[in-house]
Design a protein around this ligand. Structure first.
Ligand SMILES: Nc1ncnc2c1ncn2[C@@H]1O[C@H](COP(=O)(O)OP(=O)(O)OP(=O)(O)O)[C@@H](O)[C@H]1O
Ligand SMILES: [Mg+2]
Length: 333
């Protein structure tokens, strides 16, 4: 087996294949799978999800074998990739996939974008709350922690898994650059509070229906201490092999997850580990143009938008925390 692994690159180049996978087959055989041609070479558009979706997973794009790439909804998800690797297309493909459920109220999205709001403001009508500063992000995250704990208390001893409905929606926190909150935030107190809230949602949110979907350029532990709390990873183009193994694990690297070999000309391309186990799969997300984002946001706009209230002078958030909207506050236009 290791002989074949050692010769894999030479074999791949010899036959002009775009990829070669080496895996054991039974006790004595080795299976070599060559990928000739590349299903993922050409970009394609992101599309809104299926209206009747059960919300178990959303269609993000394509897999290298030509099948649809679906990402499970529920596990806390980390998208890692260097600048220009196409994190934006994964962010929007996921939001597009959930958009019909946003319109019918089964999902509420909470957007956090500390890069001046460039990413989320284009599609702001999809988001129940939008935060573009660290103080706003902390207000939103702490509000969600309170809702999560309230819901978990109601479920205790009664329900083990949450099913999204308009009365009890799935809350998805979508963060464009996680490190802006957890590592590069100049205000230490806000950084600590953001980290605590994210850790709480990641460790307790799944059962009561709260999920985090975060993008990140630099996967090192100093930048994202709570990396281990994310249970679903997508590795886009990364700087080197060590970054790839930080994101997907050493075993995945050995079995063909080569994020560090993805070229710049195929943004939105990455590797995922299939939920059912097995080898890493190369995938590509659909591309969401600015016009597409505006169009989907206006077609599937949420009927629940909550203004973010930041307590003045760092006051206790519990007194000023945005309340859960009463029916009269819910926007419906
Ligand atoms: N799936 C895709 N198909 C085709 N082109 C894409 C795709 N995703 C992104 N691009 C293009 O690649 C460029 C970089 O993408 P994007 O801005 O999403 O990167 P990023 O990872 O978010 O970078 P940064 O960390 O700097 O924000 C964009 O100009 C975009 O047009
Ligand atoms: Mg980006």
């Amino acid at each position: 087996m290791s002989d074949f692994e050692g010769a894999a690159e030479a074999l791949r180049v010899a036959v002009g294949a775009s990829r070669l996978r080496v895996e054991p087959h039974g006790v004595r055989d080795v299976l070599l799978s060559f990928t000739v041609g590349d299903e993922l070479r050409f970009a394609f558009d992101a599309r809104p999800g299926d209206v009747a979706s059960s919300l178990e997973s959303v269609a993000m794009g394509r897999r290298e074998d030509g099948r649809a790439w679906r990402l499970p909804v529920g596990p806390h998800t980390l998208i890692a990739g260097c600048s220009g690797s196409g994190k934006g297309s994964l962010f929007w493909s996921f939001a597009f996939g959930l958009a019909p459920a946003v319109r019918d109220g089964r999902v509420q999205l909470h957007g956090i974008d500390l890069k001046g709001g460039m990413e989320i403001l284009m599609g702001r009508d999809l988001f129940t709350t939008s935060a573009t500063s660290a103080a706003e992000a902390v207000a939103v995250l702490e509000m969600l922690v309170a809702w999560m704990q309230e819901r978990a208390g109601q479920y205790a001893g009664r329900l083990r898994t949450h099913r999204p409905t308009a009365d009890e929606p799935l809350h998805v926190v979508m963060i464009d650059e996680l490190a802006a909150l957890t590592a590069y935030c100049p205000d230490r107190d806000l950084q600590r509070r953001a980290e605590t809230a994210i850790n709480l949602i990641c460790s307790q949110g799944r059962a009561p229906g709260f999920m985090v979907f975060a993008c990140l350029q630099d996967p090192r532990k100093e930048v994202i201490p709570s990396r281990g709390l994310f249970t679903q990873m997508v590795g886009l183009r990364l700087k080197d092999l060590s970054e790839t193994s930080m994101v997907l694990g050493e075993v995945a690297v050995l079995s063909g997850a080569h994020c560090h070999r993805i070229t710049r000309d195929v943004p939105g391309t990455g590797y995922v580990l299939p939920e059912e186990g097995g080898h890493p799969v190369r995938v590509r997300a659909g591309y969401a143009s600015d016009e597409a984002i505006r169009e989907v946001a206006s077609r599937f706009r949420t009927s629940t938008q909550i203004p973010v209230v930041v307590p003045e002078h760092g006051g206790e958030p519990s007194t000023r925390r945005p309340r859960r909207p009463r029916a009269s506050e819910v926007r419906d236009d």
